[in-house]
Write a protein that binds this ligand. Structure first.
Ligand code: DGJ
Length: 748
């Protein structure tokens, strides 16, 4: 039901966990102020005297009876800076003298490019509002969607842009949302990287001008991730106000953080406007991705804990369990089940997969206590290396003369389920598919087609390509008992042409490609509800809150060096929950850094996320196999705490730190798991005492070592207050290079 300036009160009772306050979403008709409350957060915006939608407040929860007067547009600072520019609009059209980042920019058929959006109406929506804006003269309507999570206070914002006119308009720039913070000093945190070096946390003071974080690559990208956190003052783990956000989009994206001429900060994010142009015909709509935003009082650690919980409870899919698949005790009503411990063959065999070789590895894997056996690249078409085969998704007869069934049966007989690698959106020019449909790839006719890793990108935006990809995946899953797909994507776009469409419409590819990817994933999940999927893109190139709606886990990096992984995993967890963070134990010396590390160091590094083994276990000694078996069993017991608990970064591994440590605490505080790592002991320094966090101070906790020892004389049982105030001490001998220890604390 649409409403214009009437009052509504939406009162929902918050879940039993977390904040006990009721959530009150309210529209104050007299002051024209919208208010959303959830968890410890209030978000307010209103209609100002000119009719624009203006942000009023985003921060800690206000009193239930606190009221804001009607929004007042910011004054004109000088003739060079109009009030329209200075006012923190919720969703500003480019027009009327706007100099900062617009949320929406359109061009009309008659050459007009002025767009001024004013409030029109609102409707109640689940956990929030849909607020309609309209251009002051032309029938361009924008519906802003707002929903707040009652527990975390995280907002989900997006926009629907609609052309109700009779002529086409071109959308040149469309954000999902814009967030505003008042004038002040802020530290910006964002994640950048490269292949085998993803998830570097950057921290810098926000200065006048704009910092653009983006991907122009057609997919999320290794180079930057669509997440930000702005902290008032300096960056601190445990203290201080933090405003953070993450975009749910796996295509080209952009987040612009700008500090304007009056020191106010705005964050605008959505489709990347670079090479963008979406023609909206009469009556058509364009839906933007969702931009999630949250607020925490307790530093970056607090912000990531909120985001992790939100991802677990509201973003990730719940894949149905197969009979006997997961221990019932490890399933919770609200969260997806912890990931099976996998074995993956890639680093052991690369493309050289054979029935006998995979069966031999499967036997070794089963003996270690592995839950899932995954065969990686090399099983299909004429795939001997990365020059051929992508696109031809039939089983290679030389390698698997009887199809996949004998291997899958063997894996099942060994008590594991079976997973398979695919790279559905790609094609090698040396493939039957490319020979048959050379026009199916992204390209501009008559121009070279740039290959990367000897492959081209199929134009998934085309309906026939979407049907082909859905068709072969559906057939593969129907004909074989496959529990898991590792969905890879090993290059970025080039020459993104779509010559089946009129020239003016070809840029639709930036939207339709990603939409079709989501549509295929959604349809596969519907047809095969027990199949789980991993998003991999040569490592962490496609990790975002868009793809995480359809996949159960991600591959953070091809870099499996256990020491590098500590910083990679640390960076990853600022934005994403350890539940989705796959981490394999691989061989030593490591192929990338040539570093030698002990097996227990490697396993403990991987245990910080969802554990997997990717080493050539055929070469392991009985001692190594015994160590792995023992630690995998120990991991199974505490996995739910590690991957779904509240994460505290006790000592950061960043900036060449000599030590690092993390702690995760079960939400009900019944268990905690602590990891401690030494890079290289210097000057005989002992490991710092770890003052634990998040425990129940009044409860008693028993300490037990998973690996390593506590200092002689440490209590076997002590109160939460003891562990948090006195702290956990490592044994005297915990020194050296690349050393690791892990402990669990169980409430008595
Ligand atoms: C890139 C992935 O990240 C690796 O794990 C592996 O699957 C290779 N592709 C296979 O080509």
């Amino acid at each position: 039901m649409l409403k214009t300036f009437s009052t509504i009160l939406v009162l929902l009772v918050a879940p039993a966990v977390g904040y006990a306050q009721p959530m009150v979403n309210h529209f104050d008709a007299a002051a024209k102020v919208f208010r959303l409350d959830g968890g410890g957060v209030s978000y307010l915006f209103g209609v100002n005297a000119r009719g624009e939608l203006e942000q009023l407040y985003w921060g800690g929860r206000l009193g239930a009876t606190d009221k804001f007067p009607q929004a007042v547009p910011m004054r004109e600072w000088a003739s060079f800076d109009s009030s329209y520019t200075n006012t923190p609009q919720e969703y500003a059209g480019w027009g009327a003298g706007l100099f900062n980042e617009p949320a929406l920019k359109v061009s009309f058929a008659d050459g007009n490019r002025d767009l001024v959006l004013h409030y029109e109406s609102y409707a109640e929506a689940a956990n929030g509002f849909d607020v309609v804006l309209k251009d002051i003269a032309r029938p361009i309507f924008v519906t802003l969607h707002y929903a707040i999570d009652a527990e975390s206070g995280i907002l989900a914002r997006s926009a629907t842009i609609e052309n109700r006119g009779s002529e086409a308009v071109t959308v040149e720039q469309a954000a999902a949302a814009a967030w505003a913070l008042p004038a002040g000093r802020y530290t910006l945190n964002y994640l950048t990287g490269r292949w085998a070096g993803e998830w570097t946390l950057n921290q810098e003071t926000v200065r006048a001008g704009a910092r653009v974080i983006e991907s122009r690559r057609g997919s999320t990208g290794h180079q930057a991730n669509p997440w930000f956190a702005l902290q008032a003052g300096e960056a601190e783990e445990e203290h201080g106000e933090v405003w953070f956000g993450a975009l749910g989009w796996s295509g080209s994206w952009r987040i612009t953080v700008e500090q304007d001429q009056l020191d106010a900060v705005r964050v605008t994010g959505g489709f990347n406007p670079f090479d963008f142009g979406y023609v909206l015909h009469a009556g058509e709509k364009l839906e933007t991705p969702v931009f999630y935003g949250g607020y925490a009082k307790n530093g970056l650690d607090g912000a990531s804990r909120l985001l992790h919980r939100y991802e677990l409870e509201h973003i990730l899919p719940r894949t149905e369990a197969k009979a006997g698949q997961a221990p019932a005790a490890s399933r919770t009503a609200l969260t997806p089940r912890p990931r099976p411990v996998i074995y993956n063959s890639w680093e052991a065999t690369e493309f050289n997969v054979t029935e006998a070789g995979q069966m031999a590895l499967a036997e070794k894997a089963a003996a270690l206590g592995i839950d899932r056996f995954v065969m990686d690249d090399g099983w299909f078409g004429q795939r001997k290396d990365d020059h051929a085969g992508l696109g031809d998704w039939y089983v290679n007869q030389e390698k698997f003369p009887h199809g996949l069934k004998p291997l899958i049966d063997k894996v099942h007989a060994l008590g594991m389920d079976f997973g398979l690698w695919v790279e559905p959106e790609m094609v090698n020019p040396d493939s039957d598919l490319y020979r048959k449909h050379p026009d199916w790839v992204l390209h501009f006719p008559g121009r070279p087609e740039s290959e990367q890793r000897n492959q081209l990108v199929l134009n998934l935006a085309r309906p026939e390509v979407r049907e082909y990809v859905l068709g072969f995946l559906d057939k593969l899953l129907t004909e074989n008992d496959i529990a898991f797909l590792k969905w890879d994507y090993n290059r970025n776009w080039s020459e993104p042409g779509w010559d089946q469409l009129p020239a003016a419409e070809q840029k639709r590819v930036y939207v339709e490609f990603t939409r079709n990817l989501y549509a295929i994933l959604a349809e596969l999940r519907k047809r095969h509800p027990q199949v789980e999927i991993e998003s991999c893109s040569g490592g962490g190139g496609r990790v975002d809150l868009g793809i995480l709606r359809y996949v159960d886990e991600v591959w953070p990096s091809d870099n499996t060096d256990p020491f590098d992984r500590l910083t990679i995993q640390d960076g990853f967890t600022y934005a994403y929950t350890p539940q989705v963070m796959m981490a394999w134990v691989t061989d030593s010396p490591h192929w990338l850094n040539k570093r030698t590390t002990s097996l227990s160091y490697r396993i403990l590094s991987s245990m910080q996320g969802s554990l997997g083994i990717g080493a050539n276990i055929a070469n392991w000694t009985p001692d190594e196999a015994a160590t792995a078996k023992r630690l995998i069993a120990a991991y199974h017991q505490v996995q739910a705490t590690i991957v779904q608990g509240e994460l505290y970064r006790l000592i950061s591994p960043r900036n060449g730190s000599e030590f690092s440590a993390t702690e995760t605490v079960r939400p009900d505080k019944s268990q905690a798991v602590v990891f401690a790592f030494i890079h290289s002991t210097q000057e005989g320094r002992g490991f710092p005492t770890l003052k634990l966090k998040g425990l129940d101070p009044a409860a008693e906790y028993a300490l037990s070592a998973i690996e390593g020892k506590a200092r002689e004389g440490s209590p076997a049982v002590a109160s939460g207050a003891w562990w948090m105030n006195h702290g956990l001490e490592m044994e005297e001998g915990f020194r050296g290079d690349f050393q690791a220890a892990a402990f669990r604390l169980d409430r008595k």
